[in-house]
Design a protein around this ligand. Structure first.
Ligand code: NAP
Ligand code: HSE
Length: 449
């Protein structure tokens, strides 16, 4: 069989774009045996041509005009690696309308516009692939759409943000405060200059929206994913978690009982025996539970030049195989159900609550009473420590300095599996009580069904 040549255009030559360029080069001799075609890189689109030209061996491929690509009939695959939801969306749409297949790593765009773009791809008989958009190098989308298609999945939970996993690992293993660990992550290049999307959980939420939509065959948007980051986690929380045989991980959770979907991102106490507890530093992992497969976990690099390019080029090869065999758009949008996404107050979970209260007789009983009145079943309630406050001799409540302030006690409460709405109301009631000094932390505790 005579091998076909397939023209490819690369949009963007940043971290992942350059990695993709390098991996395509490294595969040049062998790709024909793998895919039955030779890929020919015809264009590289950038904004700053001079800067890009210095990075590649063929500066003549560099352009800053998208028209060069869209008007080139030999370009059959467009690889979008510029990011964002503006130009990237325009270029992907234009490419699909021109019958060009698209591979992208753009989680922002896929999370917000997946359905529309998949439909557009289908209308035009094109492939739209995005393995690299979730957990970088780790195969997640292809396993969910293809290898595990014979399952009803009930849970896909993961550590899908490397920056926050690195920070939590340093806090656990080296006793660092959040700020210190973030500074180290920034210095080592794990955290971006503006780390907000990572540490506040938005990056993970985008990935959860994509994963949940595919796992449960029903559209979940980023707005459906309740998101809580790791900025409030303290070394004390990590120490208490360790005492309970747990570590704290930022978990992206997608869960379904077949009638509705739970999707959220939150720090969670994970028992040390769970496979995700051993995923440290900047590694990502995705844990899947299905009725046929049972439990499976995929682990690896969630970001970086070559790891992310590995997933991008894997998709490009897949598209090329489809071209060779004339079967593109084989797998289009898999969202054929319309399941509601549960409101967060209806989600059930166990909770860890740490609260600082006045140390006086009856305080434990009062807390227990608040929980009982809000239908929150308590598994454990423990008084952890006493300390004498700095301002002895002043009374916090009267402010007149006549009574000595009572010492503080830290109370740790572990609930049974309870409804989040009930738990939040109980916590609000505790917060409003006169003897409450502060709610120190409130963290979900992972419980397998
Ligand atoms: P990056 O380093 O910032 O690179 C972006 C590239 O796109 C630059 O070459 C930039 O060119 C070019 N570009 C930006 N806007 C453009 C426009 N309007 N027209 C032409 N070129 C434009 O980004 P990245 O880290 O490689 O990320 C690329 C995509 O991969 C994003 O969607 C990201 O979410 C996703 N992703 C990244 C990672 C990772 O590890 N970095 C992992 C998974 C997924 P100039 O330099 O000339 O401006
Ligand atoms: N900022 C992401 C992370 C990498 O820290 O995992 C890109 O998805």
């Amino acid at each position: 069989m005579e091998n076909r040549t397939i023209g490819v255009a690369l949009l963007g030559l940043g971290t992942v774009g350059l990695g993709t360029y390098k991996v395509l080069k490294a595969q040049r001799e062998e790709m024909v045996y793998k895919i039955g075609a030779q890929l020919e890189l015809r264009w590289i689109l950038v904004r700053n041509k001079e800067r890009a030209a210095a990075k590649v061996d063929e500066p003549e491929l560099i352009t800053d005009r998208f028209e060069d690509i869209i008007n080139d009939d030999k370009v059959e695959i467009v690889i979008e690696l510029i990011g964002g939801t503006t130009s990237a969306a325009d270029y992907i749409e234009a490419a699909l309308k021109a019958g060009k297949h698209v591979v992208t790593a753009n989680k922002d765009l896929i999370a917000s516009d997946h359905g529309r773009l998949m439909d557009l791809a289908k209308e035009n008989g094109c492939d739209l692939m995005f393995e690299a958009a979730v957990a970088g190098a780790i195969p997640v989308i292809t396993p969910l759409k293809q290898s595990l298609a014979a399952n009803h999945l009930s849970e896909v939970m993961g550590i899908v943000n490397g920056t926050t996993n690195y920070i939590l690992t340093r806090m656990e293993q080296d006793g660092m405060e959040f700020g210190e660990a973030l500074a180290l992550a920034t210095k080592l290049g794990y955290a971006e200059a503006d780390p907000t999307a990572d540490v506040e959980g938005l990056d993970a939420a985008r990935k959860v929206a994509i994963i949940a939509s595919i796992a449960f065959n029903s559209r979940v948007s980023v707005e459906d994913v309740r998101t809580e980051g790791i900025t409030k986690i303290t070394p004390d929380d990590i120490r208490y978690a360790q005492e309970m045989g747990c570590c704290i991980k930022l978990i992206g959770m997608a869960h379904s009982d077949g009638t509705s979907i739970e999707a959220y991102v939150a720090p969670m106490l994970i028992p040390k025996r769970h496979p995700l507890a051993a995923v440290n530093d900047s590694y990502n992992a995705v844990f899947v539970r299905g009725d046929a497969v049972d439990d499976a976990m995929f682990q690896g690099r969630g970001a970086g030049e070559l790891p992310t390019a590995s997933a991008v080029v894997g998709d490009v090869f897949d598209v090329a195989r489809n071209i060779v065999h004339g079967c593109n758009a084989r797998i289009s949008c898999t969202c054929y159900r319309h399941l509601p996404v549960k409101k967060m107050e209806d989600v059930q979970s166990r909770y860890f609550l740490r609260v600082e209260v006045e140390d006086r007789i009856g305080v434990l009983a009062e807390l227990a009473d608040v929980f009982a009145r809000h239908q929150v079943s308590v598994d454990q309630i423990i008084q952890k420590q006493r300390h004498i406050p700095f301002h002895e001799g002043t009374d916090r409540h009267t402010g007149d300095g006549t009574d000595k302030e009572l010492p503080s006690a830290q109370i740790v409460v572990i609930t049974d599996v309870v409804r989040e709405g009930d738990f939040q109301k109980a916590v609000q009631c505790i917060r409003d009580k006169k003897g409450t000094r502060q709610i120190c932390s409130m963290i979900r505790v992972y419980t397998a069904e």
